[in-house]
Design a protein around this ligand. Structure first.
Ligand SMILES: *[C@@H]1O[C@H](CO)[C@@H](O)[C@H](O)[C@H]1NC(C)=O
Ligand SMILES: *[C@@H]1O[C@H](CO)[C@@H](O)[C@H](O)[C@H]1NC(C)=O
Ligand SMILES: *[C@@H]1O[C@H](CO)[C@@H](O)[C@H](O)[C@H]1NC(C)=O
Ligand SMILES: *[C@@H]1O[C@H](CO)[C@@H](O)[C@H](O)[C@H]1NC(C)=O
Ligand SMILES: *[C@@H]1O[C@H](CO)[C@@H](O)[C@H](O)[C@H]1NC(C)=O
Ligand SMILES: *[C@@H]1O[C@H](CO)[C@@H](O)[C@H](O)[C@H]1NC(C)=O
Ligand SMILES: *[C@@H]1O[C@H](CO)[C@@H](O)[C@H](O)[C@H]1NC(C)=O
Ligand SMILES: *[C@@H]1O[C@H](CO)[C@@H](O)[C@H](O)[C@H]1NC(C)=O
Ligand SMILES: *[C@@H]1O[C@H](CO)[C@@H](O)[C@H](O)[C@H]1NC(C)=O
Length: 412
């Protein structure tokens, strides 16, 4: 068995690509909550408007604006240095075109004049969905070892108005730093249904499904900021913090003469070209690869179903035939896709392929568990190389039957 690797591991992303068309969002609202300036621009050049006297905030009675007392070095001025504080239920209404939107909520736990956000415990609803319940932003930030929190949801809005309500817990208050509403195409919907791992049943992601994005990774690649996404303003992160085991494999970038080309079945705004042009492989040694699984772990809440979207694309010029690299995909130690051969599905290298799976995590005593994502060579048809790879990964929580995305146990 030879090596497929040119063994030059690039980290600068200078990918030779065809420019794919970005999605043009009809609605694109960035609300800088509590800001004293009517208009502000963040470090990425995106423009935010203040919610002061805004038509979106239904009633500002019982709410006030305040500035954060301290600024952590990694926290951007906009939208984090101002907040709106709510001492009673308060609603924002956003008129939007019918269809799906991304809703992003921005929180920076801090002291806001006399209000310390460590004392803020609250719920947030959006239409029929409960997004957060007994949410303590300080606690969540501490758990994630982060200074700020961005919560991203995908919600279908039929009626043309998205209603977001902040509900302080008794004797507490609520706060928010920023609200983003961006229309999006139904790229995660699945009428046929994604296969529920461990069963042969499909799980439909349709208009009634709300999704919360938990992880979005450019596997083997660099961080892609919202302004370099495909018009959907998503962030794609490096996968290294989630790699499990001593064998972390090798990151690789598409050979210069492999051009990433979207097939007709995948809209070019599904993921940035860079996601497909970089990947993490196992080692160059087929024999070594038989002894381990390329594994990632992701903490997730029990008591929910999850949509796992895996992005694949073969990026080496010399891997363009069937049965050169074939591997098994395991989710939570169950076989999600046996004998996966991306070239067999795309008929060539350089062509993106996406695979959606649903994993159901029953309610358990532990509020959280690790989701295991594992890859291992499938040697049954004696492929040319024993290897496996992944280009991108997205993990979404799916709302449960009563429309909630928040765990029933406090701790979020
Ligand atoms: C905030 O809104 C109030 C009332 O709508 C207005 O009087 C005030 O000028 C606004 N402040 C700023 C800084 O825009
Ligand atoms: C932000 O506003 C400025 C000034 O109005 C404008 O020149 C710029 O194009 C806007 N930026 C974006 C990303 O829309
Ligand atoms: C705030 O909203 C919650 C949930 O809808 C409701 O139970 C509560 O009574 C409301 N509080 C007030 C003061 O209206
Ligand atoms: C889903 O919602 C959109 C927007 O409201 C609507 O256009 C579409 O027909 C709905 N799809 C189904 C299957 O109901
Ligand atoms: C919120 O979490 C912080 C950090 O864990 C904690 O100190 C604080 O007591 C919590 N607040 C409430 C009201 O439980
Ligand atoms: C693609 O580039 C590699 C070197 O990176 C070269 O060996 C190979 O011949 C090229 N293939 C084609 C079809 O141009
Ligand atoms: C998967 O298997 C590993 C041992 O190989 C075990 O530690 C882990 O708990 C398992 N995970 C799940 C979700 O079953
Ligand atoms: C890879 O993961 C699968 C599913 O958890 C497990 O059955 C298998 O033993 C693992 N293989 C290795 C080499 O760890
Ligand atoms: C998600 O919530 C909606 C609204 O409550 C509900 O109609 C739908 O059945 C829920 N989805 C699932 C999978 O439970």
């Amino acid at each position: 068995m030879g090596s497929i690797y040119p063994i030059v591991l690039y980290f600068a992303l200078l990918v030779d690509v065809i420019l794919a068309a970005d999605f043009i969002a009809k609605d694109n609202i960035l609300l800088n909550c509590g800001s004293f300036d009517a208009k502000t621009t963040d470090s990425d050049g995106r423009n935010w408007t203040s919610d002061n006297g805004s038509k979106f905030l239904q009633s500002s009675k019982g709410s006030f604006r305040a500035s954060a007392t301290t600024e952590a070095p990694d926290v951007g001025n906009i939208p984090y240095m101002s907040a709106r504080i709510f001492h009673s239920n308060a609603t924002y209404s956003f008129p939007v075109s019918p269809g799906r939107i991304f809703l992003r909520l921005y929180f920076y736990p801090n002291v806001y004049s006399r209000s310390n956000s460590a004392n803020a415990v609250f719920s947030v609803t959006a239409g029929p969905y409960t997004l957060l319940r007994n949410f303590n932003a300080s606690q969540t930030a501490k758990k994630l070892d982060a200074h700020f929190i961005i919560k991203e949801y995908s919600i279908n809005v039929d009626g043309g108005v998205l209603t977001i309500t902040f509900i302080p817990s008794p004797k507490s208050f609520a706060f928010v730093n920023g609200i983003e509403v961006v229309s999006m195409p139904s790229i995660y919907d699945n009428d046929v249904g994604a296969n529920i791992v461990g069963t042969s049943s499909p799980f439909q992601i349709d208009n009634s499904t709300a999704l919360e994005n938990l992880y979005r990774l450019n596997v083997g690649g660099n961080h892609i900021p919202p302004t370099q996404d495909t018009g959907l303003f998503r962030s794609w992160y490096d996968d290294t913090p989630y790699k499990f085991g001593t064998e972390i494999g090798f990151t690789a970038i598409a050979d210069p003469n492999v051009t990433i080309t979207f097939p007709k079945s995948i809209e070019s705004y599904t993921a940035p070209v860079d996601v497909y042009a970089t990947a993490r492989f196992m080692t160059p040694d087929s024999m070594v690869n038989l002894n381990f699984n390329l594994t990632w772990l992701f903490p997730i809440d029990t008591g929910f179903a999850y949509l796992i979207r895996m992005h694949f694309c073969q990026i080496f010029f010399n891997i363009d035939k069937i049965n050169q690299i074939v591997f098994n995909v395991y989710l939570n130690n169950q076989t999600a896709f046996p004998g996966f051969d991306v070239v067999a599905l795309t008929s060539s290298n350089g062509i993106p392929n996406i695979q959606d799976f649903v994993v159901i995590l029953p309610t358990s005593e532990d509020p959280q568990q690790d989701l295991w994502v594992g890859l291992h060579p499938d040697t049954s048809d004696k492929p040319q190389y024993y290897n496996a790879f992944l280009n991108g990964l997205e993990i979404f929580k799916i709302n449960n039957t009563d429309g909630t995305l928040a765990p029933s146990i406090v701790s979020n």
